[in-house]
Design a protein around this ligand. Structure first.
Ligand code: DGL
Length: 272
């Protein structure tokens, strides 16, 4: 048993889709969440910058004496892979492997679509991870650079004409290939899930990377006997590098509820 907190980080709010799932699966765990909202987006930046930011995020999370670190960010996971070196001997996972494993077990026709940020798709990481598990699978990827700004600005409704147009633009090439499974390789994208599902149709299974990494973390903690034995409800503590008010306001869209924990501001100086 280990009653230390679980550390979760993302470039912004997207990783809350992972936190929400963790709260559902293991409500007695304490969670430390860091959203680097002052420096989002990561997905349009260079590999070097993403690695630098990811290492700073991990170092910040480590200061809170956590038992595990989750990079709930498709971009960070794709660029650093399983190499969260800054995590040292603390168990570390990104979203890549758990999501690829689930997609491989779900596809029936062997055609998987992956959408993510420019950095995620450019890295080819999902293709490599999926073919490492199932070499017979064809992977069709597309980057969706307008999805994060759509989410951040509240264009998320399934009937919103702007959202529908952008969804069609990015997903048409993937739909044309006849995929039966679609990976939301960026943790912001579940907020657009209704619009994406409407466009892709009922026959396509949609997999959310934030949810998958939460399930993976739960199984890992269980098998290594590191789950909390507390009988009390755990606490969520949030850190943001930008405005606390904005974080609290925007969190609602990701959590489907008002924020359930204290939010603290982290200055960028603390990260460098
Ligand atoms: N949540 C981030 C990801 O999963 C996307 C936002 C960004 O570009 O930083 O890739």
């Amino acid at each position: 048993m280990n009653n230390k907190a679980i550390g979760v980080f993302d470039s912004g709010m997207g990783g809350l889709t992972c936190l929400k799932e963790l709260n559902k699966l293991i409500p007695n765990e304490n969670i430390i969440y860091f959203g680097d909202t002052a420096r989002i987006p990561y997905g349009t930046r260079s590999r070097e910058t993403i690695i630098e930011y990811a290492n700073q995020d991990i170092t910040f999370i480590k200061k809170h004496d956590v038992k595990m670190i989750i990079a709930a960010c498709g971009t960070v996971s794709s660029v650093i892979g399983s190499g969260g070196e800054a995590a040292g001997d603390i168990p570390f996972t990104g979203v890549l492997l758990p999501t690829a494993q689930t997609a491989c077990s779900r596809t029936r026709n062997g055609k998987i679509g992956v959408i993510g940020t420019a950095a995620t798709i450019k890295s080819g990481s999902y293709g490599k991870a999926i073919r490492g598990i199932r070499p017979d699978v064809t992977v069709i990827g597309n980057s969706c650079p307008l999805f994060v700004p759509l989410v951040e600005n509240g264009f998320t409704g399934r009937d919103d004409p702007v959202t529908k147009l952008v969804v069609e633009k990015y997903l048409a090439p993937i739909k044309q290939e006849g995929v039966d499974t679609l990976i939301l390789g960026c943790t912001h994208y579940p907020i657009l899930k209704d619009a994406i599902a409407d466009y892709m149709g009922d026959s396509v299974t949609i997999i959310s990377s934030g949810e998958e990494v939460a399930k993976y973390a739960y199984n890992l903690l269980m098998s290594s006997e590191m789950l909390s034995d507390s009988e009390e409800k755990g606490t969520n503590t949030y850190y943001t590098s930008d405005s606390v008010e904005l974080f609290e306001e925007n969190a609602h869209a990701f959590l489907g509820d008002t924020i359930n924990g204290k939010v603290y501001k982290v200055s960028l100086d603390e990260l460098y």
